[in-house]
Design a protein around this ligand. Structure first.
Ligand SMILES: C[S@@+](CC[C@H](N)C(=O)[O-])C[C@H]1O[C@@H](n2cnc3c(N)ncnc32)[C@H](O)[C@@H]1O
Length: 220
């Protein structure tokens, strides 16, 4: 099957940025402070993907959102913008170095009382939540690439029929389709993508956005 595809062009990113609604001042400040104070600021979703997350959330109007991997909270705040009346976001994070900025920007946002940070290991939280029969309309998976495939059955258990899972970094800088790369994270992401593709319970679409964002809808 031949699909239409734009050529790679170094000017594309600037053009896309110039035609995307800019982030609100709080998000812009969070982005800047993360770049000044954190060691790996590129982990933050940023203006382009953040706007996409916000738009998806606004389209779905979810009651309950789960984010796996909060970092300094950029994605968290974007997702929170689309919450239904009385809705809540739960976000999992294990790195204490993120805590100051994460708490600060959540507190300054309009969603301070609707966002709950679950500190600790993602695997332990997901196992507990699934055991409790918790359910989320929208899940954003953005931590611990090596364990995406391990998390997948737990994430599916947390999604009702019609629920959505968005998984970040699934194209891993193009390494997933280049057989020369055999490192642990690339292999793990290939395993995750193959697992999703073979799963009859879901429909899925990898978007060529940033580092690759897989949209997954649970059918049954
Ligand atoms: C890519 S960043 C998240 C970015 C954020 N979602 C955003 O949109 O701006 C990934 C985060 O996941 C956290 N993380 C990685 N492995 C984890 C684990 N096993 N349990 C909990 N958090 C984890 C890291 O500390 C890091 O802050």
């Amino acid at each position: 099957m031949e699909e239409f595809e734009l050529p790679d062009d170094p000017r594309a990113a600037a053009y896309l940025a110039a035609h995307t609604t800019p982030p609100d001042p709080l998000l812009a400040r969070l982005d800047r402070e993360t770049h000044v104070r954190m060691l790996s600021p590129r982990m933050l979703s940023g203006a382009y993907q953040g706007r996409f997350l916000e738009m998806v959330s606004r389209m779905l109007r979810p009651k309950r959102i789960l984010e796996v991997g909060a970092f300094t909270g950029y994605g968290t705040l974007c997702l929170a913008a689309g919450l239904a009346e009385g809705g809540e976001v739960f976000t999992i994070e294990h790195d204490p170095l993120t805590e100051e900025l994460l708490r600060k920007y959540i507190a300054e946002s309009a969603y301070a009382h609707r966002i709950h940070v679950l500190w600790g290991e993602a695997g332990a939280h997901l196992t507990r939540l699934a055991g409790e029969g918790a359910a989320f309309d929208l899940i954003f998976l953005d931590a611990d690439k090596a364990r995406y495939a391990d998390y997948y059955p737990l994430l599916k258990a947390l999604l009702p029929s019609g629920g959505w899972l968005l998984a970040d970094n699934v194209l891993w800088n193009g390494k997933v389709w280049d057989e020369n790369y055999r490192d642990k994270d690339t292999q793990a992401l290939r395993r995750f993508n193959d697992l999703v593709q073979a799963d009859p319970d879901v429909e899925n679409l990898p978007l060529r956005m940033r580092d690759g964002l897989m949209l997954i809808r649970k059918k049954n």
